[in-house]
Structures are given as structure tokens and as C-alpha cells.
Design a protein around this ligand. Sequence first.
Ligand code: DGT
Ligand code: CA
Ligand code: CA
Ligand code: ZN
Length: 601
Amino acid sequence: MTNVDIATILSRVADLLEFKAENTFRVRAYRNAAHTIGNMVESLARLNEDSGRSLTDIDGIGADLAAKIQVLLNTGRLPLLDELEKAVPSGVFAIMRVPGLGPKKVKLLVDQLGIDSLEGLEAACRAGQVQGLKGFGEKTQAAILAAIAFAKSPEHSRTLWNDADSTVQILLAWMQTCPQVHQIEAAGSWRRGRDTVGDIDILVECDGTRESAQAVMNHLHEWSEITAVLLSGDTKTSVRGPQEIQIDLRIVEHASFGAALQYFTGSKEHNIRLRSRARDRGLTINEYGVYRLAGQGEGGESELAGKVGESLAGKTEGDVYRAVGLPWIPPELREGGDEFLLAERGKLPVLVTLADIRGDLHMHTTATDGTATLGEMTRAAIERGLEYIAITDHGKRVTMAHGLDAKHLLKQWAEIDRLNASLAEDGAPSLVVLKGIEVDMLEKGGLDLPDDILEQADWVVASLHYGQSQPRARITERIIEAIENPYVSVIGHPTGRLINRRQAYDVDIEAVIAAAARTGTFLEINANPWRLDLNEHHAAAAKQAGVKLVISTDAHATSGLGMMRCGILQARRAGLESRDIANTQTLTALQSAMKPGGASR
Ligand code: DGT
Ligand code: CA
Ligand code: CA
Ligand code: ZN
């Protein structure tokens, strides 16, 4: 039983409890435990064998969960899961991951049509059986079919950056316990901060002897999370790690570490351009270093040319770039776009960092579909050192999340007033809570709360959750109408994509960006690892048009606030600087940068 095995089982229990509409606290306890254990470096099995220690030492693991984990470690099974699985068909998990199918709808599919797998669901849709169910209809049926087809394609089967990152972090921590490891870095698409990752690339520097190289590779093979060794050579090994992800590890010498890091960070396109630039200067670059091209003529620039002669650079990445007359280029910009032009002219952006962020302007509480209360979210934000947050629960259109009507919203705002007053009791408040709302753009146009309510808000996010299959012109019109509303501060997740699950809705993003620029409305980079919406290309276009971006977590739990770093990476890939992001400003500066709207501003 590896930690990831245990985490997977606990999260399965959470899913099943949720499907059965059990107590949300119980669901949350299992989900949190799964999260904690999935990110632990030390093996639970080992910890459990240590008589001096207890599983309850782990944060969030109480006596009940500890007992269950012990059973799991001793027997390899969890009776609770067996019981739940008996009551719930196994294919239900995959079905629950189809966008738009909440636990209630899935239950209907199971009970009424006996559907217990994605294949079964696909067949039932094809046969037209689903559209007849209560709450479904022809459009929903077509949307389900499209979602299944989408999720099946290989380009939508890559690992989310955030999941790959969890693995990278525990892997690095494990490898650092190997005495032969002198230096270790993760490279590839993970380092470039791409929204999804194909495989994980790790570079290790050791003392250069064969024995040390073997010891390092053996250490990887001994990691409790490895499920298979795919390849094992003298300086390279590939293994299968948690959640089926492939990990490539390469052993590199001290003098070549920077060159190898550069090479294996990629992207391929970036490296091709870098090499051609080197050639123009009579140089050649490979994973070992930078070399003068072998005598043109006999042999020309053969592949071997790199390994002969003296290396001109290679210890650090900076050396490699310097050798071809360039400053170091941040990995997030290495996609073979305009980064060489910018580098050459000394115009590389100073990319925004997590430390620049002062506030988080999109989050939910237990008032709608969040799992933490207003007080809990506020405390968590203070712990993260934020200066301000906006509470933006759903408006009433989002019935699935018990969206707020005007009466309930005003009640929440009164509560926020009291909270702010108590935060300011001992002088300057550590945090200011903005009275916000995430309104929905209705299918027929307009928003789901009236202007005289929105006028009283400090911050209004407008999002499009329903009617996503409407034609392009109609969707664009709905969004521009929201942008033109004087009280709307920002458009939430402007394209609606869900990575690996759902295509963006059809929208004229250029027109949306132009309208945002014209009205001074912000556009969101939603930091949720499934969304990362706007994507890097759209965010760069927004900046070009003079639109300010807001990076928001859309947290539905306190842990969700930690996703800010995913949004930061996305912004960096778009080449954004601190000044392009509205929530890097102080609250006062942010408020004066907001478009003229309600009287409260
Ligand atoms: P991924 O894993 O699909 O998310 O994307 P990457 O970029 O991590 O690609 P990967 O793992 O195939 O290789 C890591 C880097 O190593 C890649 O970005 C550039 C470099 N690289 C690997 N194979 C080649 C190659 O055949 N030619 C060149 N020019 N570069 C390569
Ligand atoms: Ca890779
Ligand atoms: Ca690779
Ligand atoms: Zn939201």
C-alpha cells in the first residue's frame, strides 16, 4: 500500500459518500485526508510500523480515520469502501466526472436506466434514452455525448500541472534523501508551467562515477510510489509513478548540469531556435554544453562535434544563454514565440510572482457551494498574508449550488460588515473582506440579480455557467452585455473551458477583450487547475489591448486559496508583469482603478 494507493481509496470513499448525499463534513474529512496523505513524503506504512508514533500525529487524521487506515495497511482492503461499492456501481465515478452531471443527475441515470459506465452512458445517449429523463432533454443528451468524445482523445489525457506538481514535490523530497544526489531539478513542461504535463523530467547531478549513478537510479526504483520500471540504462531510467505518470530521470555531470537543464526544459521549438542561433555564431549547443563547431568542411556540424573539443559553457543555464549573446530566459516563456526577439532587445518582461499578489477576488463559502464558512475563509486568507479578499458566492441562477437571492445576499453582506468591524477592532485590520457576488449571465440575457443590489456590492464577478451551447454571436452578446453593466467588475473564467473535460464555449474572444478595454472591465485568469481561463494566449492578447487581468482562485475550500500559484504560472506564460494584474495593487489603488460604477465607489 503506497501513500497514493491510500489517498486514492480515501478519495474514492469521499466520492461515493457524496454520491449518496451523505453528511458534507464526513465527505470533507475523507477528501482532506486523501489530499494530505497524497502529498506526504514519508510512507504511511513505515510510520505505522514505528511503535513510538501514531497515525493521528498527521494533521486532519483523527482516531476514526487512523483506525481505518490501519485496517487498510494490514489487510489491503477497507470494509467501508467495499460496502459503498456494493451500493454504488463502479462506473459511476467516470460518469460523475462528465461536466454538468452532478450526483443527483447521475443517480437518476443509475436508478432509471441502469447505467453504470461511460460506455453505457454513451450507448444510452446514442439510443436517445437519456433525453427522456426528468431534467435532461435533447440538448443535455448531445452535450453528454460531446463531453465523452472530448475526454476520450489522447490530447485530453495529459496530467494537470497541479497534479504533476504534487508528484514532483514528493519525488524531489524523496530523492534528496539519497546521499549521492548533489543537485536535482525537475525540467520539461512542468518547469515551463504548462497547464498540462505529459511526463515528468528529472535531472540529477552526482559525482560522475558509475556507482553513484546506479545508487541514484536505485534510490528512485525503491521509492514506494513507483509501480513499474520501464527502462534502466547507465545514465537514464524511466519509471511509472503515481497516477500512471511516467518519470524520466537522467544523471548529469557537474560541468553539464546547466546545459542539460536548458536542453530538457525545452520546449522543442525553443531549443531548435536556440541551436540555430548558436550555429549562426559558429557554435553548437547540446545537452552537454556549448562548443565551437568542428571545422566546417570535413564532417561539418556532425552530431559528434558537440562532444569533442572544449566546452565553452554548461555549468549553469545563464552561461549557456550568455554564450549566444542572450540574457537568461524564464522557462515559462520558452515556447518558441517572440522570446528571442524580446531577449535580444533587452525587453524580456519582469514576470509577476506569487509574492506580488495582495488579494484574492473570487471565492465561495458554505452560503452556496463552498465547504468553508465565511470565518474560515477569512482566517485562511489572513494566514496566507493576503490584504483583501472578495467573497463571491453564486447568484440565484445557480440552483445546483443554492445560489443566493437578494435577501440572502444582503444578509451575508451584513455579516461581512460585522466581520470587517471586528477585524478593525484593534486598529488597522490585517485583512479587508469585500462584499462580492458571482452573478450569472442568464440564457435570455441580463444577470440573475438586479442592478439596485449590484450597486451595493464592492466587487462583482459575472460568469456564464448556463446556455454554453448557444451560438457564438449569442454567447458573445451575453458577455458583452455583462461587460457593459456598470456594476460588473470582472468577467469570471471568460471562456468556460475545463481542461480534459470540456471545450470552451464558442465566443468571439477578441470582441470580449475589446469591450473590456473600452469599459475598463477586468478579465479573470481563473487559477483553478481545471480552468486556467483565460489561457496564456488570450491573457497576452488582453494585455495587448490594455485590459487589466485579475488572478483569482475561485476557491470552494480553504485549500483552494493555494491554487493562486497555478494562476500565476499561467500569467507568467502570458508574459504578464505585476502592473498588468489588478490584484497586485493595494486595495485603495485597486478601487480607484475600477471602472466608475456604484455609488459605494
Ligand atoms: P510533455 O512531457 O509532453 O508535457 O512535454 P515536454 O516539453 O516535457 O517534452 P519531453 O518530456 O518529451 O522532453 C523534455 C524536453 O527535452 C523537451 O521539451 C525538449 C527536450 N527534448 C526531448 N527530446 C527531444 C528531441 O528529440 N529533440 C529536441 N530538440 N529536444 C528534445
Ligand atoms: Ca516531459
Ligand atoms: Ca520526458
Ligand atoms: Zn466561482
